[in-house]
Design a protein around this ligand. Sequence first.
Ligand SMILES: Cc1ncc(COP(=O)(O)O)c(C=O)c1O
Length: 472
Amino acid sequence: LPLYKVMAPSSSLVKKASPTKQRRLPRARRSSQHITALSPQPEALLGATLHWVDHIVPVLQEQEDAVVATSTAPKTNRATPSDETVVVHAGEKVGSMAGTDSITTPIVSGTTHWFKNSDDLIAFKEGRRHSFEYGRYGNPTVKVLEDKISALERAESTLVTSSGMNAIVATLLALVPPSAGHVVTTTECYSEARAFIRDKLSRLGIKVTFVELNDTETLKAVLDKGDVTLYYTDSPTNPHLKCIDIKLVAELCHHKGALVCIDSTLASPINQKPLTLGADIVVHSATKYIAGHHDVIAGCISGSDALISRIRVWHHDIGGTISPDAAYMIIRGLKTMALRVDTQNRTALRMARLLENHPMIERVYYPGLTTSPWHHIAKSQMTGSGGIISFEVASDLHGVMRFIDALEIPFIAMSLGGCESLVQQPAVMSFWGQSGEEKANNGIKDNLVRFSFGIEKFEDLKDDVLQALKKI
Ligand SMILES: Cc1ncc(COP(=O)(O)O)c(C=O)c1O
């Protein structure tokens, strides 16, 4: 027998579930082609492990009762496993890999996969037998990660890539045709994605139009010309945490035949699921909340089978393959994502409320605040507002540097979404070297601070911020 074979879920496991439990959560399909036959529904992706959920659901209910956010965004249907369960089990145990019964997904490090004989190879080529072939086209460990993210995003399919930028570039190159394509993007999307669209896509003869994030009238006018291929933006944005009404934009774009791609990195798949709001594609810098530990660079793209297949073809050429080791680290990181993000949501909201009323703070940017101009949108489409807040301190460039230098817990560092709190003054980090005009155009003032909260105790972070504000 080959060392690696796709196995059906253990029938003894399925049989152990009581009829009541089976009613509550549908059991796994018992296809011997289980890996290829995955359905986008999280309950299907959970495979034979679903009966465990009965023990977990009461605990989740208590957590739900304690949720800080006053969101009106659709909650998970009770017939569907919660994200807390999905992040732990989805994609895994659908077929023991490498013939082991290991609880954790094995890291399959081989770059190529062998066939028993030529008939076996031909069966694979004709699609009668599932296998992996060559590491750049797919890997069993990476596939588990992709299925887990699909379950979270309610996607038919996911492609995991070597970085967030790779995910963005592959998406744009695959879905927007050179010469004939037209991309509409916003003035506040991730700076490197924006620069790629503006400087590189335009060189391929692709038309590029920038619209203000919430300027619906201009968007409608641009769409009315009928030639827009794809609308691309972040929501929320960085560092001002502006939110786009994804449902509205998707309706407007679809009406005119344009695709919608949302970079949902700052929300995390826990707080926002753009595909359920009508977006066609969701991308993440998985480097952030998804990996969650500031130790892996990765990206992911989720959507329909048809769209992801088109992107996969480009991905195979570009070669932005993630290593199985990195994929494993993300699978491991993902298991605590719901817990991490819950803590980060709570800390950020409490800190935003505290700072909003602090005499040294001029303005706080956080969509979870009822005073935020984006609160109503965030409330309608997010179940939590995320762990990032930005604020302007009543001081100048140097006063803010003194504040940042006096902080003892957060690292002064780029990035976001991990366990460690990070802080930066965009004027001297992300926007370093840019002209006053460029910074002004991007709303970057010298006194702007951006925090990415980690999972430290709120009280410790609060004490730290308050003592540092006194050092200005
Ligand atoms: C919103 C957003 N999208 C995409 C990226 C790019 O991701 P990566 O650094 O993983 O390539 C980043 C990186 O900071 C980001 O913040």
